[in-house]
Design a protein around this ligand. Structure first.
Ligand SMILES: N[C@@H](CCC(=O)N[C@@H](CS)C(=O)NCC(=O)O)C(=O)O
Length: 204
């Protein structure tokens, strides 16, 4: 097997932090695909993932698993300890509900804004202020909901760390990187982000 990754890409970070949380050292190679110089668009990489995106896990038979959540769920079955997506069907479903919500309503909206605003993505799509406004409003609505959902808890779901915390962390780590820090009115999101940032899975 081989894991194709890029150190600073949020969806690849999600897998690195997940593996660190579980204390897993993969018994196979991780290959860096430099997104900054467009290696994801090379013919060689497109044979592994025609979508030209990381992360991708290439299996022994040459086939690939893409989508960070699918890769993580695959690892979760192979390495069940320490559980990061709950310990029973109900917990798994609830953790994935909020994890998907963060991914689709916050991370994806941030990605849409970045695609329409950042020089790195110029030429990729026709830029539109309306799309930026739409994504910003949809993301703000999701942030309002998420902040209320977290309430005074220390973790996004329940009373222990889960994949939902990793998704929250990489989402807002990327926001900081894009100089779009969390609005201070989101006290619960900020608390979860700041406390996760101190974990060894991030600092170590
Ligand atoms: N939903 C996918 C998103 C994958 C994705 O967008 N990856 C980004 C890095 S975080 C990428 O490879 N971008 C390269 C490009 O779009 O050129 C996942 O969760 O894995």
């Amino acid at each position: 097997m081989k894991l194709f990754s890029f150190k600073t890409a949020p969806n690849a970070r999600k897998i690195t932090i997940y593996l660190n949380e579980k204390g897993i050292i993969l018994p196979f190679e991780t290959v860096e695909v430099d997104l900054m110089v467009g290696e994801q668009n090379s013919q060689q990489f497109k044979k592994i993932n025609p979508l030209g995106k990381v992360p991708v896990l290439q299996l022994e038979d040459g086939s690939s698993i893409w989508e960070s959540l699918s890769i993580i769920e695959y690892f979760e079955e192979i390495y069940p300890e320490v559980p990061m997506i709950g310990e029973n069907p109900e917990e798994r479903a609830k953790i994935k509900s909020v994890e998907r919500f963060i991914e689709m309503e916050i991370m994806a909206m941030m990605g849409t804004m970045a695609h329409h605003m950042m020089p790195l993505f110029s030429g990729r799509f026709k830029r539109s202020q309306e799309v930026i406004d739409y994504a910003r409003a949809r993301q703000a609505k999701a942030m309002d909901y998420l902040d209320d959902f977290i309430g005074d808890r220390s973790f996004v779901h329940g009373n222990k760390v889960s994949l939902a915390d990793i998704s929250l962390f990489v989402t807002f780590e990327t926001a900081h990187f894009l100089k779009a820090s969390i609005d201070t009115k989101y006290k619960n999101i900020t608390r979860c982000f700041e406390s996760f940032a101190k974990r060894e899975s991030v600092t170590g």
